[in-house]
Ligand binder design. Structure first.
Ligand SMILES: [Zn+2]
Length: 419
């Protein structure tokens, strides 16, 4: 039997344990600010797998705020630790980081779920729960891979680090803290739910706000006022044009698979303060894509100039230009070298397991990967099972979890090398 067949068989033998491990992690809710219990559990798993070192620390806000890439709505990370497990290699192999984020987004209306969000239920071969695919359950595949390597008596040559970080969903402060603590490797894999697509590029994004000024008047004398709501039409026209520009100018091969890879969405709209008053202000808030090749700062400038190009057509808005800003949360885009050996190595593991060539493309969202790519000299690849995220009945098929465990085991062995 070949080594790969041995690895696959060893994962099969561990299948039940891997699924149980995923369920146990899902049973520990880990919304931002409430990750401690889940992280304690993950640290315990690392210890039980004989990590050479288990490192637990709370991100240091004083240190983080000095870094240009820091964004977070939080003013403290007390009670929100990161956890890292290191399995030291024998010496001459390539090192690898597997980085998963423990934080999840809120579950929303529990009535929308047919399986409770924090119960780790399995039904008809599907694991349900907040974090099932984004991305707590895949930690079980990482631990499965480590257990298989140990069970077969293999010794990794390169160092393997598993990171479980906080705060991905709100700007990657946890991953940044890991970078500042010195975590780096020859490459990193982030098992975000790409549906097994191999993603060397990741889109960035930013939360923006546009405030439009009007002039109030009694509704019965509407002609005396200026409706800020009506004036937002031109703002929206500017946004539509900017979105078209992004997709025309920054669409590369890696984004050919999507009709509109770079989107601008208005998620919040507020105006006025009384139904019978012409609204004197309106506020639009949304998320805009930041494609690889553009920075968040440049994006803000572009966004502003597209909006102003439209609103300048209106005399009122010319003398009362809308205020455009980015605030609270943003993710810079990132891309690893297109000839980086990890891309082919991961693609080969996928092809070996499925008999099909991998899909290779960019993601339409940001991840922690950019912190490693940009600030730790650690090129990062996004590659994971599952496709559902941020929705009720978030799920991961058991078969996909186990398939991923097999691929990941082969990837770890091939990348780090074994004795
Ligand atoms: Zn995620």
């Amino acid at each position: 039997m070949t080594l790969y067949a041995d690895l696959d068989e060893a994962v099969d033998e561990l299948a039940e344990k891997i699924v149980e491990c995923a369920r146990e992690i899902l049973r520990r809710p880990s919304l931002s600010g409430g990750e401690a219990e889940a992280q304690r559990h993950v640290g315990g798993l690392m210890e039980s797998l004989r990590a050479d070192r288990v490192d637990r620390w709370e991100p240091d806000i004083e240190e983080l705020v000095r870094h240009p890439a820091f964004v977070s709505g939080r003013s403290s990370f007390v009670g929100s630790p990161n956890v890292a497990g290191l399995w030291r290699g024998t010496g001459d192999g390539r090192s690898l980081i597997l980085c998963s984020h423990i934080d999840v987004v809120p579950e929303g209306d529990p009535a929308e779920w047919t399986h409770p969000p924090f119960a780790g239920e399995v039904s008809d071969g599907v694991i349900y729960g907040r974090g099932a695919s984004d991305m707590k359950a895949t930690m079980a595949a990482m631990f499965g891979a480590i257990e298989v390597v140990r069970a077969l008596g293999l010794k990794l040559r390169g160092d393997l680090t598993v990171l479980s970080v906080v705060e991905e969903e709100t700007g990657s402060a946890g991953a940044l803290s890991a970078v500042l603590r010195g975590y780096r490797a020859d490459a990193a894999i982030l098992p975000e739910p790409t549906g097994f697509a191999v993603c060397p590029a990741q889109q960035g994004g930013a939360r923006f706000r546009v405030v439009v000024k009007g002039k109030s008047a009694h509704a019965g004398q509407r002609h005396l006022g200026v409706s800020a709501v009506e004036k937002t039409d031109l703002v929206r026209a500017g946004l539509v044009k900017y979105e078209a520009h992004l997709n025309e100018k920054y669409r590369t091969e890696l984004y050919a698979h999507l009709e509109t890879p770079f989107t601008i969405n208005i998620g919040l709209f507020q105006s006025g303060d009384w139904f019978c008053t012409v609204p004197e202000s309106a506020r639009l808030e949304g998320r805009m894509a930041v494609p690889p090749g553009l920075s968040v700062k440049e994006s803000l400038k572009n966004l502003e100039s597209f909006i102003l190009a439209e609103t300048e057509k209106d005399p009122w808005l010319r003398s009362h230009p809308p205020k455009v800003e980015i605030f609270d949360t943003y993710w810079e885009p990132a891309q690893m070298r297109s000839d980086h050996p990890l891309i082919d190595l991961v693609g080969e593991a996928y092809a070996r397991r499925t008999g099909r060539p991998p899909k290779v493309h960019g993601t339409s969202w940001g991840t922690d990967g950019r912190m490693f790519t940009e600030f730790a000299d650690t090129p990062s690849l996004i590659f994971g099972p599952g496709v559902s995220a941020h929705c009720p009945d978030e799920f991961l098929r058991v078969d996909d979890l186990l398939e991923y465990a097999k691929m990941l085991t082969q990837i770890v062995v091939d990348w780090c090398g074994v004795d």
